[in-house]
Write a new protein. Sequence first.
Length: 86
Amino acid sequence: MSVKDKVIAIIAEQAVLEPSDVTMESTLEDLGIDSLGLVESIFAIEESFDISVPFNANAPKESDFDISSVASIVAGIERLIAEQKT
């Protein structure tokens, strides 16, 4: 399963949607994911990929991690995985 598919599956689960309902252009707000759902999604992503996401739930705007859309989340995860391998 690709990073993209895995991230979409995790986000879809949080949003109680089918993965097919989640597009790369979707925002978490579009999908009805609130701040608690976002934190749970980040934890699930960290566990799935065995990475640490630089995201501060108390100050999401100050985080280095872009959560503006599903595409930006996938790109961020791919970057973290690549950095971890070096």
